[in-house]
Design a protein around this ligand. Sequence first.
Ligand SMILES: Cc1cc2nc3c(=O)[nH]c(=O)nc-3n(C[C@H](O)[C@H](O)[C@H](O)COP(=O)(O)OP(=O)(O)OC[C@H]3O[C@@H](n4cnc5c(N)ncnc54)[C@H](O)[C@@H]3O)c2cc1C
Length: 382
Amino acid sequence: MRQRYDVAVVGAGAFGAWTAYQLRRQGKQVALLDAYGPGHSRSSSGGETRIMRMGYGPDELYTCFALRAMKLWREFMRRSGQQLFLRTGMLWLARKQDRYPRESLHILTRLRVPCEKLSRAEVSQRFPQFCLRGIDWGLLEPEGGVLLARRAVQAVVAQAVADGVEYIGEAVQSPRAGSRLDAILTNTGRRVAAREFVFACGAWLPRIFADTVGKRMFPSRQEVFFFSVAAGSSSYTPPAMPAWYSYADNIYGTPDVENRGIKIGFDGHGPKFDPETADRVVTQRGLRSMRQYVRKYFPELRDSPLSETRVCAYENTSNGDFLIDRHPDVENIWIAGGGSGHGFKHAPAVGEYVAGLICGDARPEPRFAYATKATVKNRDVY
Ligand SMILES: Cc1cc2nc3c(=O)[nH]c(=O)nc-3n(C[C@H](O)[C@H](O)[C@H](O)COP(=O)(O)OP(=O)(O)OC[C@H]3O[C@@H](n4cnc5c(N)ncnc54)[C@H](O)[C@@H]3O)c2cc1C
């Protein structure tokens, strides 16, 4: 007779991996299942890098969540002996009219999070690789940086398994349940029984729960580009270059990490996206406009060859707040998703929060509730 777990976690991306890890730390018997493997290329956590920042404009909830998450990332790195975070600094490029960075500065200062307000001249002096046309000032978070995303997810799963979590590399079928679920079925016909179930399936959640979550999540297609740096140059690698975000053009980037070239991506939501069936090839239109941004921000790299590209899903909820709550109709199914293009950094704190909800010692955050998610998209969190 197969074991009945305390919790079965479906999805070994950042949210599921950390949830399984934290539940095991609480002494739970945990099964962790994934259809394609932790941090695989089509998952939202499968990119090589993800930005860690504390600035969230006026949104103190996410600044505090990021602070807690950074503390847990550091604890995990000490425990696992793995360097999964590069403290490159995070630079916000702002215009006078941009409210968000001003509000970030206010919140970060009040919460005593290290940050510096830089004049245009100071940004230019410290980060000469940037062309600052149209930019008036910069907000620097020296403690911000880059998480080695794919590697980090695989390290968390490896540690969770070493701690006693059972990893099952199989796809879970959409559950059919009344008010409670006894077991989930996989593509091999395996039946996994548990007291509680967590579905941390990222942009796949709308497929699994089409009638409920599917109406409140809007996965979008996001393109990412890597451009080669000048031969022998150290201007585009840490510590010379930080992670960055520009409000003028809603684009973000990271320095050259793991010799892939500098990374640049659009933060505006792309078209509707199905992670299961979509090819991952960037569009010529996307490449053309990204080349214009390279010319604008990094004139020295104007003719640099494109070295790599990525296409993945922002797992958007209606407003950008996480969706972490019980399933509306099945009391022992938990949904942990809706990272909405900004969830990776928070994953350790998300895992801790989900484990706390299941163990009954976390106070639910209303903004993460299913009930606060609308069936019409209106992004409010950046
Ligand atoms: C281009 C891009 C840039 C981003 N940049 C940042 C950033 O700089 N900073 C930041 O904090 N966040 C960023 N994000 C957001 C962040 O990556 C996500 O919020 C986070 O990775 C979500 O993790 P997840 O575990 O919810 O989803 P995923 O990583 O997608 O994991 C879901 C897992 O569920 C599995 N699964 C799905 N269905 C099934 C099934 N039926 N059976 C078994 N397994 C299943 C999948 O195989 C997958 O591994 C970015 C996202 C994108 C796309």
